[in-house]
Design a binder for this molecule. Structure first.
Ligand code: ADP
Ligand code: ZN
Ligand code: ZN
Length: 739
């Protein structure tokens, strides 16, 4: 029986449920529940046959007409007495769902930590186990688990979370037994935290002229929305600018949100903030367990944490008094989520700063072309730091022509001599190769057969360790190495090309007296192994560091004086219009690892195409000249950021299925969009077959962002509804990668 109000229409709330649908759903509540319900609070509802946790997005006016599409059901329970999201956060999430064309329920859910998504009570962590009988030792003689629990709790007079005790091997049932004996108690911890007065644990450095001017301009914009692009080479003192601006914002009792790339959240980064400010810092990254994440999130949401330091998803953390957003290494690709809800934390951050009317700093040594375009349009204020702070000098870059160079095992003779020289001087060398494994190709010497993955349009990578096998880096398939060529039966199968594991072997043979430390996903998969390597790097010993992308960013290697990129060309072969931008950023970022200490650094690039215009601009001039040149080219070609893009990706059982369906969608869009959208495709994706699925793309480009969104919205919702079975379809607004 529906419950009715005096208007004879039932009281209703609108709820976003975590399902892949674009609507919110209305539910019936009692009058008492209606009074109690707040927008932004959680509610338990049944949906189809599932029980789900939804978020209230609206309290409907009692006389609002009933939407005939939905069958009205009562809710199961209100889960929170108050809203968990501030109004700006709710606006930001709703905007995100509309902008990225992603289901509202799933977007809202992404703002909550897992435990709250599961419907656990908000004050879950407020309960801790306490010892109340401190002389119970004698009573526990018979049970070792009880003795263990007693010992641990005795050391923690302020109480311990159950999840942490469980992790230390103490079972909940043991605690319950102790509770019955009157030895321990499970109770609400004291949650009254008052903000601590701001104390500096370390004095600020004396800012140089560039830094001073940047700090001054940002502070002038406090309490209003203003975006800044802090553009300064590695080591030019960007972090010092952040710290000094933060100091002023923290002094006023406001919170600062700092976003860093996934790989950038190292202990050193955290330490720099901790050692300057004696305040509570909430860390939010993918490595947290559920309880830790909930705790950090609550510290941010309630204002207990003054600094919130996190990776991409931390942009959706509710904050009580946000006063400043900092996005470091703003060019980094990890700010863009590359699957399901494909938001870009940089763009979301700009809108969030606008909603909160606070300044935002985007910092980088290699700003994205997109951000330079915003500077040109007057939407960001450009702040330049032109010198390296302190004494460190910028490295000199040399280009080695691989066509003409004498080389041993893929390394040119000149580079070998240079490496030797540094090692003899007891300095460190960093060698960069973005390809893990032993060799990218296994080939038959006789008939040129190559080992290809049967499920992808890709070659197997040869790995020799921990055992010999072929591995497809695209679908994960692992196969044994054939004894003979399946085509001609010849038994001489040869590795071709080089991966990090092979170069490691070569370097070890060339420099037998020095350690070669390989850093890639294979060598650092064990917990603590990266920490071990990192410790070794920070002792002033000569060594060779060899690694992939993992080594390119954010790290501080004070003893590295030579950096080499062995295969810079691979980045230039891509069909992606952003390929040169990414390669230029990589060169500058990797180069930034050299010469950060007292010693001057040098950089060597090996290339088969040393006359590529990218190198000429980047080496003879600098990154900014390269960026300006690229902006001109993009404008000429009318590519982003000069037009707005959306990429539709589809997956099907066959190319034909993709083509048929996408052709039909393209026709529909052409009919409705008045020639305002330029439609490219459907075309097969750069790697068409991956894990036995066929991939295809349609790229959409338009001059007007609002118009593009206007047409896409209705078209996209229809497209999803008519999708044939066996196909998958996604849309990527402002795509960063075209694969
Ligand atoms: P970035 O963030 O641009 O890479 P950092 O802020 O890390 O640069 O600065 C690089 C180094 O220079 C650090 O060791 C830092 O302590 C030092 N530094 C920064 N600003 C100054 C300054 N004004 N005076 C002296 N040293 C500075
Ligand atoms: Zn063969
Ligand atoms: Zn594969």
């Amino acid at each position: 029986m529906p419950i009715t109000s005096s208007h004879s229409l039932p009281f209703r709330i609108r709820v976003a449920v975590p399902v892949h649908l674009y609507d919110c759903f209305d539910y019936v509540v009692t009058e008492a529940q209606y009074q109690q319900a707040s927008v932004g609070a959680r509610v338990a509802v049944s949906f189809g046959r599932q029980n789900l946790v939804g978020i209230i997005t609206e309290k409907l006016a009692p006389d609002a007409p009933i939407d005939p599409r939905f069958q009205l059901k009562p809710i199961q329970a209100l889960l929170d007495e108050t809203s968990l999201l501030d109004t700006q956060m709710l606006k930001l999430l709703i905007w995100s769902a509309q902008y990225y064309l992603f289901p509202i329920g799933e977007v809202l859910h992404s703002a909550f930590p897992t435990l709250l998504r599961q419907g656990k009570p908000y004050d879950l962590l407020a309960h801790t186990w306490h010892l109340i009988d401190f002389d119970a030792e004698a009573k526990l003689k018979s049970s070792i688990p009880q003795q263990e629990a007693y010992k641990i709790l005795k050391l923690q007079p302020q109480g311990t979370l159950e999840s942490i005790l469980n992790l230390s091997g103490i079972q909940t049932k043991t605690l319950r037994t102790l509770e019955k004996k009157g030895i321990v108690k499970y109770e609400l911890a004291n949650q009254n935290f008052s903000p601590e007065p701001l104390q500096l644990s370390q004095m600020p450095l004396k800012a140089n002229e560039d830094q001073q001017s940047a700090i001054h301009k940002i502070l002038k914009a406090q309490h209003q929305f203003k975006g800044f692009l802090l553009d300064g080479v590695t080591g030019s003192g960007k972090t010092e600018v952040y710290l000094q601006v933060m100091h002023e914002v923290l002094k006023q009792g406001k919170q600062v949100l700092v976003l860093v790339p996934e790989i950038g959240l190292t202990p050193q980064t955290i330490a720099r903030f901790q050692s300057r400010f004696h305040v509570h810092i909430a860390l939010l990254h993918s490595g947290l367990n559920d309880a830790k994440r909930l705790q950090a999130w609550q510290h941010a949401q309630t204002g207990k944490a003054s600094i919130i330091l996190g990776t991409r998803s931390a942009i959706y953390t509710p904050l009580l008094h946000l006063g400043l957003i900092i996005l470091d290494e703003e060019h980094d690709l990890s700010f863009k989520q590359q699957d399901s809800f494909r938001y870009h934390a940089r763009d979301v951050a700009l809108y969030r700063a606008y909603l909160h009317q606070c300044p935002i700093i985007l910092g980088s040594a290699t700003p994205s072309i997109d951000s330079y375009a915003l500077v040109e349009q007057g939407k960001l204020t450009h702040l330049e730091l032109n010198q390296r702070a302190g004494n460190a000098h910028l490295p000199k870059v040399h280009l080695l022509d691989l066509k003409t160079a004498r080389k041993q095992q893929g390394i040119s003779q000149i580079l070998i001599e240079q490496i030797e020289k540094r090692l003899q001087r007891k300095e460190q060398v960093l060698i960069f190769l973005n390809r893990r494994g032993y060799a990218p190709v296994l080939i038959c010497e006789q008939c040129a057969w190559q080992a290809n993955c049967p499920h992808c349009d890709a070659r197997f990578t040869l790995h020799l360790k921990p055992y010999q096998h072929l591995h497809c880096h695209h679908c994960g398939l692992i196969q044994r190495i054939p004894d003979a060529c399946p085509q001609c039966n010849h038994t001489q199968l040869k590795p071709l090309g080089m991966g990090t594991a092979k170069i490691e072997e070569s370097l070890q043979a060339l420099f037998p007296d020095f350690p070669v430390l390989r850093v890639d996903r294979d060598s650092t998969s064990k917990v603590g192994s990266w920490q071990k390597i990192n410790d070794q790097i920070h002792q002033s010993q000569p060594l060779i560091l060899l690694g992939t992308q993992m080594l390119a960013k954010g790290h501080h290697f004070p003893y590295v004086t030579l950096v080499a990129i062995l295969d810079i060309d691979s980045g230039l072969l891509s069909v992606d219009f952003r390929a040169t931008e990414r390669t230029a950023q990589l060169i500058v970022q990797v180069s930034g690892r050299a010469g950060r200490g007292e010693h001057k650094g040098e950089v060597y690039l090996q290339s088969l195409r040393p006359d590529h215009p990218l190198f000429t601009t980047l080496i003879n001039k600098d990154y900014r000249s390269f960026a300006m040149q690229t902006l001109k080219e993009r404008q000429l070609a009318q590519m982003p950021p000069f037009r707005y893009a959306a990429l539709v990706r589809s997956q099907a059982r066959s190319s034909e299925q993709n083509q048929d369906y996408l052709q039909q969608l393209v026709q529909q869009l052409k009919t409705i969009s008045n020639n305002e959208i330029d439609i490219w495709g459907p075309i097969p994706a750069p790697m068409e077959r991956k894990a036995n699925r066929h991939h295809a793309h349609v790229l959409l480009l338009a001059h007007n962002r609002a118009r593009l969104h206007y047409y896409l919205r209705s078209w996209w919702c229809d497209a999803i509804k008519t999708l044939p079975s066996g196909m998958k379809l996604s849309i990527d607004i402002d795509p960063q990668e075209l694969n």
